[in-house]
Design a protein around this ligand. Structure first.
Ligand SMILES: *[C@@H]1O[C@H](CO)[C@@H](O)[C@H](O)[C@H]1NC(C)=O
Ligand SMILES: *[C@@H]1O[C@H](CO)[C@@H](O)[C@H](O)[C@H]1NC(C)=O
Ligand SMILES: *[C@@H]1O[C@H](CO)[C@@H](O)[C@H](O)[C@H]1NC(C)=O
Length: 675
C-alpha cells in the first residue's frame, strides 16, 4: 500500500540515547538498535542531546532518569522549555517508562514495541499529511466517496474544473449530482460492476459542470481495498478526473486500456508491456545493447545522433564562409542546356542509370557537377515550367547554391549534393514513388536535394555544439546544420531576383513548396533517423503489405510527407548502395572529413566525439560495416520493399562483403595493398 511505501522511506529508525555516562543499560540499547537495524546516537548532556536532535530528528529518544545529579530528565522533556520546538515527538513529558534492565533482548523488545506502536502511528500521520497536501496541490480533479457513494472529499482542482464549491458536495450521494446525458446509458452500470469487483475503471466520461456544460474527461476510478494487506474492502473510492486536453498518445493508451478489459490474460499482459513502452518518451530511439558494444557504432551514434555534450568552451568555431559566395564570374557558364560543352554533355548521358559515375562529372566540370547535373535533371522534370521561371534564373540559382558548398570539404562539397540530387531523381522515377507524389512534391524533393547541405562546414553537429559555434548558439544546439542549410538556401534564393526561382509562383504555392523543402532538409538530420524509418515502416510498409490496393495509403498527405522524408534520407546516405568503386571513393572522403574533425578537436582541446575516426588507428572497413549494420540495412530494406530497388540491394550486398573481406584480413585501409 502507498502508506507502507511512504513509511519505508523513513527507515531506518533513528534512536537518540541521552545518558550522562555510558553503562550497561546504554550499551544494552545500543546493541538492541544494532540488532533491529536502527541508527543509534548517544548524547551525554541535554545541550548535546538537543543539538543532535535538531540535526537528525530522531524518531525515538530514550532519556536516562536514574541519576538526577547529572541532569534533570523531566525538565529536558517539558514542552515549555525554550528549545522545546525541536521536541514535537515527545509532546509532553515521557510517554513511556522503562524499568532498568540491561539485558539486550529486553531492550530489543522494548524498541520493537515502540516502533510498532507509537512510532508507526506517527509516521502514518505524517504520511497522511503529505498525501493530503499532494491531493490539494494536484492539477487533476480528484473526488473521494464512501462505499455507498457519499462524497467525502473533492480537491481544489475539482472545484475549479467542475465549478462546485466543496461545501455543496460533501455528504451528498453521487446520484444527487446532475449527470451528463452524453454518456452511453449503460456506462454507469459498467463502471459500478467493475468497481464492485474491486477493479479499476478508466475511460472517457462526460461530466456535467455546475453551469450545465458537458466536459469530456479521461477518468480513472480506483476502489480502495483493504488496509495493511487485509482482504476487507475498505469503504472508499477515489475518482480521478484527468486532463481534458488529449494528446493522440493518450487516446491510444485509452483504446488499449479498454481492449485489455475484455482480453484474456496473456493478451492483457502483452498489452501491459505495450503500454509500458508507449508511456516512455523516446519511442523511436533504439536502445543500444550494453553487451558486445561496438566502438564504431557507438562513435557513429554519438557523433551523428547527438548534439554533442552541449558543453560550451571558449573556442569559437568560425564558419569558413562568413559572407555567402556570389557568382564566380571568372568561370565560363553555360547559358542554357544547349550550351553545355559536348564533353560534359557526354559525361551526363548515362545520368538516368543508378551506376552513373558522378566523379567523372566532377572532373569534367572542373568541380561544378551540381550546376550541370542540376540543369539537366531539373529540365528533365520540367521544374522551370512548374515554377514558371526562365532557365537563366534556374542556372544562376544553381550556380549560387553550388558556390556556397565548400570545395575544401573532402566529403560535404557540391559533389555530394550532386550525388544526392542524382539519387533523388532516380527514386522519383520509380513507379510507387510516382504514384504517391504530386508534381509539387517532386519539385520540392529536387530543390531539397540540391540545397540540403549548403554551406556545410565539414564538421558534425556535435562538434559545432561542443565548440560553441555561432550556429550552435543561434539554433540552440538543435538540428544546427540542417536548420542552417534550410534557412540559408532560402536567403540565397530570395535575396536576388536574378536567381529567385520562386519569384513567379503564387504565394500559397510558394508556402507549400517552402514547407516541403524545409521538412525534407530537416529530415536529413541523423538524430531523427530511427523515427523517420520507423514511421515509414509502420505507416507505409506494413499497411501496404497487409492490403492489396494501395490508393489512399500512398496518397494521404501525412504519408506523402513520410515518403518524401524517406526518399531524401535514402538519397543522402546511399553511398553504400552505389557500385563498389564509387562506394570506396565516398568511404575515403567521409573518413577523411571525420579524421580532420578529430585532428581539430585534439588541437583545440575539444571533446573528441568520434574517437574511432582517428587517422592513425581507424579501420575504415570496420567503420563502414558498423554504419551499414546500424543505419543502412533496415532503411534500405524498407525503401526497397516500397520502391523496388533490386540493383541497389545487390550493390549493398557486394559492398558489405567487400568491407567484411578487408576486415577479416585485418586491413584498415580502403583497398587491399597491391599484390
Ligand atoms: C570534393 O572533395 C574532394 C576531396 O575529397 C575533391 O577531390 C573534390 O574536388 C571536391 N569536389 C568539389 C566539387 O569541390
Ligand atoms: C532558442 O531558444 C530561445 C529561448 O528559449 C528561443 O527564444 C529561440 O526562439 C530559440 N531559437 C531557435 C532557433 O529555436
Ligand atoms: C498498387 O500498386 C501496384 C504496384 O505498384 C500497381 O500495379 C497498382 O495499380 C496499384 N493500385 C492502385 C489502386 O493504385
Amino acid at each position: 500500500s502507498p502508506l507502507t511505501q511512504l513509511i519505508s522511506i523513513f527507515s531506518p529508525l533513528q534512536v537518540l540515547l541521552v545518558f550522562a555516562k555510558e553503562d550497561s543499560q546504554s550499551n544494552g540499547f545500543c546493541w538492541a538498535c544494532e540488532k533491529a537495524n536502527y541508527r543509534c546516537s548517544l548524547a551525554h548532556t541535554p545541550e548535546s542531546a538537543l543539538e543532535c536532535f535538531s540535526e537528525k530528528h530522531h524518531d525515538l529518544v530514550i532519556v536516562d532518569h536514574r541519576h538526577s545529579r547529572h541532569f534533570d530528565a523531566e525538565a529536558l522533556c517539558r514542552p515549555d522549555r525554550e528549545e522545546a520546538s525541536v521536541m514535537p515527538l515527545i509532546n509532553a513529558g515521557f510517554n513511556r517508562r522503562y524499568v532498568e534492565n540491561a539485558n539486550m533482548m529486553a531492550c530489543y523488545n522494548e524498541l520493537l514495541q515502540l516502533e510498532h506502536g507509537e512510532v508507526r502511528a506517527q509516521f502514518k500521520l505524517r504520511a497522511c499529511n503529505a498525501i493530503f497536501t499532494a491531493l490539494e496541490q494536484s492539477q487533476d480533479a480528484i473526488e473521494i466517496t464512501s462505499e455507498d457513494q457519499v462524497i467525502q472529499y473533492v480537491n481544489p482542482a475539482y472545484e475549479a474544473i467542475m465549478g462546485y464549491q466543496q461545501g455543496e458536495l460533501l455528504g451528498k450521494e453521487i446520484i444527487e449530482v446532475p449527470k451528463s446525458e452524453k454518456n452511453k446509458p449503460d456506462l454507469l452500470e459498467t463502471i459500478n460492476t467493475c468497481i464492485r469487483k474491486g477493479k479499476e475503471w478508466q475511460g472517457i466520461y462526460y461530466a456535467k459542470k455546475k453551469n450545465g456544460d458537458n466536459i469530456q474527461q479521461n477518468v480513472k476510478i480506483t476502489p480502495v481495498i483493504g488496509q495493511g494487506g487485509s482482504q476487507r474492502r475498505h469503504s472508499s473510492m477515489a475518482r480521478i478526473h484527468s486532463m481534458t486536453i488529449e494528446a493522440p498518445i493518450t487516446k491510444v493508451i485509452n483504446i488499449i486500456n479498454a481492449a485489455q478489459e475484455s482480453s484474456p490474460m496473456p493478451v492483457a499482459e502483452a498489452l501491459d508491456r505495450v503500454l509500458e513502452i508507449l508511456r516512455t518518451t523516446e519511442l523511436y530511439s533504439p536502445q543500444l545493447g550494453t553487451k558486445d558494444e561496438d566502438p564504431h557504432t557507438n562513435d557513429l551514434v554519438g557523433g551523428l545522433m547527438t548534439d554533442g555534450l552541449r558543453r560550451l568552451s571558449g573556442n569559437e568555431y568560425i564558419l569558413s564562409t562568413k559572407q555567402p559566395h556570389h557568382l564566380p564570374s571568372h568561370l565560363a557558364t553555360p547559358l542554357s542546356l544547349n550550351d553545355i560543352p559536348p564533353r560534359i554533355a557526354q559525361t551526363m548521358e548515362t545520368e538516368g542509370s543508378w551506376d552513373f559515375d558522378i566523379f567523372n562529372l566532377e572532373a569534367a566540370t572542373m568541380k561544378r557537377p551540381l550546376t550541370y547535373l542540376g540543369l539537366k535533371i531539373f529540365s528533365k522534370f520540367g521544374v522551370c515550367e512548374f515554377l514558371n521561371c526562365p532557365e537563366a534564373t534556374l542556372r544562376s540559382w544553381l550556380q549560387v547554391i553550388e558556390a556556397n558548398y565548400h570545395s575544401s570539404n573532402s566529403y560535404h562539397n557540391s559533389t555530394h549534393a550532386a550525388d544526392v540530387l542524382h539519387a533523388t531523381a532516380y527514386f522519383l522515377c520509380k513507379e510507387r514513388v510516382k504514384q504517391s507524389l504530386d508534381p509539387i512534391d517532386e519539385v520540392a524533393a529536387l530543390i531539397a536535394a540540391t540545397v540540403h547541405d549548403v554551406d556545410h562546414p565539414g564538421r558534425t553537429n556535435s562538434f559545432l555544439c561542443n565548440a560553441g559555434s555561432e550556429l550552435a548558439i543561434l539554433y540552440n544546439d538543435t538540428a544546427v546544420l540542417e536548420s542552417h542549410h534550410a534557412a540559408l538556401a532560402f536567403q540565397l534564393t530570395t535575396r536576388d531576383d536574378k536567381c529567385n526561382i520562386f519569384k513567379y509562383i503564387e504565394r500559397n504555392e510558394y508556402r507549400t513548396l517552402r514547407q516541403a523543402v524545409i521538412d525534407m532538409v530537416l529530415a536529413t538530420e541523423m538524430t531523427k533517423h530511427f523515427e523517420h524509418v520507423n514511421k515509414f515502416v509502420n505507416s507505409i510498409n506494413k499497411p501496404l503489405a497487409a492490403l492489396e490496393e494501395n490508393g489512399s495509403i500512398l496518397t494521404s498527405p501525412e504519408n506523402r510527407i513520410l515518403v518524401k522524408r524517406m526518399l531524401i534520407k535514402c538519397a543522402d546516405i546511399s553511398n553504400p548502395c552505389r557500385p563498389l568503386e564509387l562506394c570506396i571513393e565516398w568511404a575515403g572522403r567521409i573518413s577523411e572529413e571525420y579524421f580532420a574533425q578529430t585532428d581539430e578537436e585534439k588541437r583545440q582541446g575539444l571533446p573528441v566525439v568520434m574517437p574511432v575516426f582517428d587517422r592513425h588507428t581507424c579501420s575504415i572497413p570496420k567503420s563502414q560495416i558498423s554504419f551499414i549494420d546500424y543505419f543502412i540495412t533496415d532503411m534500405f530494406d524498407a525503401w526497397d520493399a516500397f520502391a523496388d530497388l533490386p540493383n541497389l540491394m545487390q550493390h549493398l550486398d557486394n559492398n558489405f562483403k567487400y568491407w567484411k573481406g578487408l576486415d577479416e584480413r585485418k586491413l584498415h585501409s580502403l583497398r587491399p595493398p597491391p599484390e
